[in-house]
Design a protein around this ligand. Structure first.
Ligand code: FE
Ligand code: FE
Length: 179
């Protein structure tokens, strides 16, 4: 294969990795916004889980960027689209389930493009991340079903629960002994 052809194949992979990265950036902002909203409404348990899912999406955005850099590309910084704000708790979970479902669908197509262009490492990255998105989808569907079938009695059980995530905070400042 010629160098020009190799570059062309690599560019196609970088393109789908960047599309995926922009979708992750949108998901991060969407779920952070919902996390704050759920916290405001005092649905602690839901807020804590939403925060953890936003962090999963941050890891995904980083993993895509790292692969893009390995291939010599430039990771995008723009989210794929705007986010919905001030959503009702009864709307959040069906909305998020749709978002995850669309993501899984897109990533399966992107995975195929990676394979067609001979990049099994990027294809494997998509495979791993699709597994995470599948977990998100199941969780969102469960919450949506509970709210749908049990309604207020389910929500009143969640109201006032703690939003603890069980995470040990990590970061540059914390590593230096800061807040
Ligand atoms: Fe993700
Ligand atoms: Fe997800």
């Amino acid at each position: 294969m010629t160098a020009a052809k190799r570059e062309e194949r690599k560019a196609k992979v970088i393109e789908v990795l960047n599309k995926a990265r922009s979708m992750e950036l949108q998901a991060i902002h969407q779920y952070m916004n919902q996390h704050y909203g759920l916290d405001d409404m005092d649905y602690g348990e839901m807020a804590g889980k939403m925060k953890l899912i936003a962090i999963d999406e941050m890891r995904h955005a980083e993993a895509f960027a790292e692969r893009i850099k390995e291939l010599g590309g430039e990771p995008v910084a723009e989210p794929a689209g705007p986010i919905e704000k001030r959503q009702d708790v009864r709307k959040i979970y069906s909305f998020d389930a749709d978002l995850e479902d669309d993501t899984i669908d897109a990533y399966n197509q992107f995975l195929q493009i990676c394979r067609e262009n001979g990049d099994s490492i990027s294809a494997k990255l998509f495979e791993t991340i699709i597994e995470d998105e599948q977990l998100h989808l199941s969780y969102f569907e469960n919450e949506d079903n509970h709210i749908e079938t049990l309604g207020d009695s389910y929500l009143s059980r969640i109201a006032g629960t703690p939003s603890a995530t069980g995470l040990t905070p990590q970061g540059f400042a914390i590593a230096k002994g800061g807040a």
